[in-house]
Design a protein around this ligand. Structure first.
Ligand SMILES: [Zn+2]
Length: 71
């Protein structure tokens, strides 16, 4: 299932939710329970947002999205 990234507009925190692609419901913010959230595009080449988690200097290699999805 796809994991979407959301950002709360109330407290500006970011979180991830597993959603069906057809689902249009928005999850509630885990921090303040607000549903005023926007879905972020978690494409591998997001630019201009300054996301610190996409180009981590420590890991290297095949970054991709998601962290530790396989076990
Ligand atoms: Zn919030």
């Amino acid at each position: 299932m796809p994991i979407y990234e959301y950002q709360c507009r109330a407290c500006s925190c970011r979180f991830e939710e597993i959603r069906h692609a057809s689902s249009s419901e928005k999850p509630a913010c885990p921090s303040c329970a607000s549903k005023d959230v926007v879905r972020l595009m978690s494409a591998p080449n997001v630019q201009g947002l300054g996301g610190p988690d996409l180009s981590g200097p420590s890991s290297g290699g095949l970054g991709g999205c998601g962290s530790g999805g396989f076990s």
